[in-house]
Ligand binder design. Sequence first.
Ligand SMILES: Nc1ncnc2c1ncn2[C@@H]1O[C@H](COP(=O)(O)OP(=O)(O)O)[C@@H](O)[C@H]1O
Ligand SMILES: O=P(O)(O)OC[C@H]1O[C@](O)(COP(=O)(O)O)[C@@H](O)[C@@H]1O
Ligand SMILES: [Mg+2]
Length: 323
Amino acid sequence: MSAVKKIAVLTSGGDSQGMNAAVRAVVRSAIFHGIEVYGVQRGYQGLLNNDIFSMDIRSVGDIIQRGGTILQSARCLEFKTLEGQQKGAAILRERGIDGLVVIGGDGSYQGAAKLSALGIKTMGLPGTIDNDISFTDYTIGFDTAVNVVVDAINKLRDTMSSHERSSVVEVMGRHCGDIALHAGLASGAETILIPEVPYDLNEVADRMRQNFEHGKRHSIVIVAEGVGRGEDVADALKERYPSIDPRVTVLGHIQRGGSPTPFDRNLASRLGDFAVRKLIEGDSNKACGVINGQLVATDIEKVVKTKKDFNMEMYELAQRLSQ
Ligand SMILES: Nc1ncnc2c1ncn2[C@@H]1O[C@H](COP(=O)(O)OP(=O)(O)O)[C@@H](O)[C@H]1O
Ligand SMILES: O=P(O)(O)OC[C@H]1O[C@](O)(COP(=O)(O)O)[C@@H](O)[C@@H]1O
Ligand SMILES: [Mg+2]
């Protein structure tokens, strides 16, 4: 006997590649288990607007390969208030919807926790490119975003080496350096500036000068947006070492677009199905993730309170290899 009869799914916060694959998995897994499933348009904003529609097997056809989210996403201030949350829970209850899968980041998770306290069974799926969610090794969209960054840096390397120039590349990651770190190691960047590790621009400039003196004619500096603007880092480096004259590239929202990698599609598919099975078992207020390849469900409060471990070993390796 399933603990839920009708469930809904929404995507919220910054979108990420693979959200569609997750929506597809939720819808098809629910239908497979004989549960009715609804889509909520535009995250919590759509919930408050009662923008909810019935979904079937075909409504998620031909989306596994598409970036963005067919359900669209939004940020909704009203939902941060108790009145907003009560209104959302009442709308779901009136429709007989007793379970909700929320695909989003830490903010969206907190909304899911509030709904759970109001009697709606909720499951969170980590949909964000930042990889800033604890109790999961990876978030849906992170792998694709890293691929976008590495692809861009490959292109930059071509022109930078032709002109013996340095490049400062600003990447996303509001409070988390994972995109910068993973893309930095994979693309052989000389310098990776991230919020988790303090840095000294004098040292960075000195290192670039030493490298130049030892025959290195171009270099890549990756700056996670959580550290500051790439433009400011470039100005500061030029001030300290005028002959560098770096060019700045801000990758911006390009990193949130494009077809999800097979890794992200598979992660999303596994997590979407897992969330539905957890709801069927009667579980609620959980964040679904994958740790060492195993699917796990952790209390949302614990997840939002815990800062994700930073991989210092990987950071040090990137430094050692980029002499
Ligand atoms: N503390 C909270 N309580 C209830 N809802 C919240 C809370 N924080 C965020 N939300 C909802 O989740 C939405 C997305 O959160 P946000 O932090 O912008 O993105 P993300 O989920 O990607 O971290 C917010 O616009 C809001 O509607
Ligand atoms: O889409 P916006 O509002 O410009 O937000 C940009 C932010 O969203 C992200 O892409 C993803 O962050 P969230 O998952 O928390 O929404 C960050 O890397 C970036 O700082
Ligand atoms: Mg967030």
